[in-house]
Design a protein. Structure first.
Length: 110
């Protein structure tokens, strides 16, 4: 399931305001892959993705394929262009929050 444009915009604004540190996520996914996931928050083509992250188009495509296989992004083809968008799961991983504002930790929140 792809999240709505309004939800992606809200996530992006929240994370930027919070000055999100990709350190932990970077350690889990690798810094470049974490940056690719973050760059898909507003949706983008492979070319846009490569520019946003500062990697080659081939590298952006490779990282997108890994994130897609993990269910963190979805890719849709329109003619010769492809568009990558973060999924709800990817957004939860990126923000560290589950729906309803709960932390993504183990067990119930206290």
């Amino acid at each position: 399931m792809i999240i709505s444009a309004a939800r992606r915009t809200a996530i992006l604004a929240t994370n930027r305001a919070a000055g999100r540190d990709l350190g932990s996520l970077g350690a889990l996914l690798g810094v470049t892959r974490a940056r690719v996931l973050e760059a898909t928050e507003t949706g983008c083509t492979t070319t846009e993705l490569s520019r946003r992250v500062g990697v080659s188009a081939a590298s952006a495509s490779y990282h997108a394929s890994i994130l897609r296989a993990a269910g963190l992004i979805e890719t849709r083809r329109t003619g010769t262009a492809v568009r990558h968008e973060i999924t709800a799961l990817g957004a939860h991983l990126l923000t560290g929050r589950l729906g309803g504002g709960r932390s993504a930790g183990c067990g119930p929140e206290r």
